[in-house]
Design a protein around this ligand. Sequence first.
Ligand code: GRF
Length: 195
Amino acid sequence: MKEIAVFASGSGTNFQAIVDYFRNHKMIKVGTLFCNSPDAGAVRRAEKAGIPVVLFTKEDLYGSNKVLNILLEKRIDLIVLAGFMWLIPPKIVSRFRGRIVNIHPALLPKFGGKGMYGINVHNEVISNREKVSGITIHCIDEEYDRGEIVFQAICDVSEDDTPATLAEKVKDLEHRYYPVVIEKLLADDNHVQFS
Ligand code: GRF
């Protein structure tokens, strides 16, 4: 079995889609949810699904090796960021290089970087009068929203779209594609292909 650790800070709808997709999967298991907020919806979803939760503080992540050590102990094959709001520190990036993926609700390299999350992203897309938006699944490195792009899917932005309606379209793409891309990455004999 290959084991995924999901990091999430928020409501966890992507986490849920991943849990649902891999329930009863023969090769891949969602082993743990890592979360920085005990009140996050993702934590309730994990509890309901019987998935262990590791709650941690900023100090645990940045000032100690606590989170890194748990990841190593659990022999995690792929770290999946699904709405995780803090930057993954270099000590974890370097130990898991090529094995940490993130999903971003726009077509990177546009509309990425610090502060570009949630509705802010869709506000920018709409005010820039973009004709398309979508999702980007990418490997992470030491900076926000960089790293090699693994997969993108596109949706139209119509004249009457608002940030809220666009957010819904993008969420649909996320839920549809993130689990499948994760499966493909892990199926490639633990070698993450970025093409
Ligand atoms: C998603 O839109 C994802 O693109 C971004 O954070 C959001 C998480 O949403 N990285 P949810 O908590 O999975 O609903």
